[in-house]
Design a protein around this ligand. Structure first.
Ligand code: SAH
Length: 227
C-alpha cells in the first residue's frame, strides 16, 4: 500500500506512524509513503498557499492553483482523499473496504489547514472527503495518520496472530470488546474473573460474548441496531 501525502508540514510524517507494528511494517516496506510539500508549488515569492475567502469572513482558504499543481506533480495519485469534518465519518467497516479494494492500493491524502480548501479542487479531481469524527482539528495531518494506521494494521503480516488478531476487536465483533486481564491473577486485592482461569473454552467464550453484549448495550446501543 502506498500513500502520497500532501501537507504544508512535511516534518509531521511519519510522526506517530514510526512506532509499533505500523512502524515495523514501514521498515519492512509493507507500506510506503511520499510526502509532498504543498508550499513547493506556491506561485508567488512569499510561498503563499492560502488566500481570503470570497464572500468575506474570517479564515483563509487553500488556493486551487497551488493544490492543483501539487496534485498534478504526483505520477500515480490513485484514490484522492481530503480529510474534512464535512466528509463521511470513517469507521472500521470503511477502513476494511479501503484495504480490500483490489486495484486501489495507492492513496493520495490531502491534509487541509486554515478553513480548508477551495471547493473546485474537490470537484476537479473527484476527491473523496473523509472525517475522523465530529470535532474540529487544526489540520488534516493527524487525520491522515489515523487513516494510515487503521488501514496498515489490517494488511497481511503486520500484526502477529494473523487474521484472528484483527477480527477479535471492537467493531469487528459486532460490538465492543470484553474486559481484558493478564498476570497476576490477583492485583491489589482485585481478582481476575474465575471463568478465565478455568481453561474451559466454551464457558470463556460465552462469558466474553455476554460481557461484550452488556457493555455494547450500555455504551453504544447504536452498534447493536446496525447488526
Ligand atoms: N472550516 C472547516 C474546518 C477546518 S479545520 C469546517 O468548518 O468544516 C482545518 C483542516 O483540518 C481541514 O481542512 C481538515 O483537513 C482538517 N480537519 C479538521 N477536522 C477534521 C476532522 N474531524 N476529520 C478530518 N479532518 C479534519
Amino acid at each position: 500500500m502506498h500513500f502520497n501525502i500532501l501537507t504544508i508540514f512535511p516534518e509531521m510524517f511519519p510522526g506517530t506512524l514510526s512506532g509499533g507494528v505500523v512502524g515495523r511494517a514501514l521498515d519492512k516496506k509493507i507500506w510506503t509513503y511520499d510526502v509532498i510539500n504543498i508550499r513547493d508549488f506556491a506561485t508567488n515569492n512569499y510561498g503563499s498557499v492560502d488566500d481570503e475567502q470570497f464572500g468575506g469572513g474570517v479564515g483563509m482558504v487553500m488556493m486551487p492553483e497551488v493544490l492543483g499543481a501539487a496534485i498534478d506533480s504526483i505520477k500515480n495519485p490513485g484514490k484522492i482523499i481530503y480529510f474534512s469534518p464535512r466528509g463521511r465519518t470513517l469507521n472500521q467497516k470503511m477502513v476494511r473496504e479501503f484495504v480490500n479494494e483490489p486495484d486501489d492500493q495507492v492513496y493520495t491524502l490531502l491534509c487541509g489547514r486554515y478553513e480548508g480548501i477551495d471547493q473546485r479542487v474537490i470537484e476537479e479531481y473527484n476527491i473523496t472527503e473523509l472525517s475522523i469524527g465530529d470535532y474540529i482539528l487544526s489540520g488534516g495531518e493527524i487525520a491522515a495518520q489515523v487513516f494510515i494506521d487503521s488501514a496498515v494494521r489490517l494488511l497481511d503480516n503486520v500484526l502477529g496472530g494473523g487474521d484472528e488478531a484483527t477480527q477479535n476487536e471492537s467493531f469487528e465483533i459486532g460490538g465492543l470488546e470484553w474486559p481484558l486481564y493478564t498476570r497476576p491473577s490477583v492485583w491489589r486485592g482485585h481478582k481476575v474473573p474465575e471463568v478465565l482461569l478455568s481453561g474451559h473454552h466454551g464457558n470463556i467464550e460465552r462469558w466474553r460474548k455476554q460481557q461484550s453484549d452488556e457493555i455494547t448495550k450500555e455504551r453504544r446501543p447504536d452498534l447493536i441496531k446496525e447488526n
